[in-house]
Design a protein around this ligand. Sequence first.
Ligand code: S3P
Length: 426
Amino acid sequence: MKKSFSKVKSIKGELTFAGDKSISHRAIFFSSMANGKSVIKNISLSEDVKSTQKVFKELGVEFYSDKSDLVVTGRGKKNFLPPKIFLDCGNSGTTARLASGLLTAQNFSSALIGDESLSKRPMQRVIEPLKLMGANIESSNSTLPIIIDPTDKLKPIEYDLPVASAQVKSAVLIAGLHLSDQTKVIEKFITRDHTERMLELPVEITDKKKIIFASEKFYPIAKEYFIPGDVSSSAFFIVLALLSNNSELIIKNVSLNPTRTGFIDILRKMNGNIQIENVKYSSNEPFGDIVVKSSELKNIRIEESIIPNIIDEIPILTIAGIFAKGIFEIRNCKELRYKESDRIKSICNNLKIAGLAVEEFEDGFSIEGEIKNNAVTFNSFNDHRIAMAFSILAILIGNNSTVDGIECVAISNPDFYDQLNSITSF
Ligand code: S3P
């Protein structure tokens, strides 16, 4: 499906977002693993989180929805039912990688599959550490399908993360929750920390590394979760408000986890007028309100250490960079090539369509020049964050600029276009 956009006069209003996708995935994992009834308030409405729910339904977990709450009856430790079919993770890397860790510790065989895009994404990064733990886990070419057979030799490991990945970290820690001795995961660059916060895992932080410890002592118990709004979904609207004239946008009850708000730190350093208000905590996760006003942005140097923290927001930060003073350059983000699309390629191809001079590197890109205000057609490359970032650019260009393949926005935010309509005046 295609959608065309006209230029907006200003952005005004208030938005609230359904629950954060990363936190929602984990709330479903932990409440399914726990024994008995948990309630998840403000669960994400994304297709990805539905994929996680579908996997656990097949493993015998019961769900029912009560307005925006999801009630989960978990199976308890090692009590899942053996799946009768392949477990379909859809488009969701988080589902596939976290489930690999969990299924490794069960006493039945299982197989994980996914859609065309997920089937191309690298899985060796979870297979390798899980094998070191003694897992019986195989895949023919380091991608899905992954086949997992039971083992009685599961043992804890000390694992130095070779890629800065919260999914890999979480897979190892979740397997470690089934063992009496401690599993340790060591990270050089800090990645999103929802798993350790939600399970209240012990951590040790020095200026060079972070160590996270897991053992059966921290196996989840049934409880109530409140999921704050999805801050990654809010990023598209924050950038649009900054770049539009006479704008003021308020975003309520959104996650403010510091391992996720790197894009706000960067936009502020770029001169963005962004205020944080009313900070509160739930399930160890901070959340609050964000107030954004129109701003004149300037480009800044983006350090390597912040990359894992902004990895999902690079497409929309690029759009901010196009309109900011100076050259936008981002490096050290080769990981973008392994997302729902090769995001370095997807971004560069679309920017060339807009008439910008783009230099592509193996680990990033730089952009120079100005947008020609002619109508352009962008491609979503079937990647939700590319579709949303280039919808924002299409609005800023106007003249009926178009994005082709917009259905995929539902992977993280099915309400994206309705929310856009509600805050734009033409
Ligand atoms: C996620 C971790 C990140 C992120 C993804 C969600 C998570 O992936 O890009 O959207 O929920 O753990 P990596 O762990 O592969 O960096």
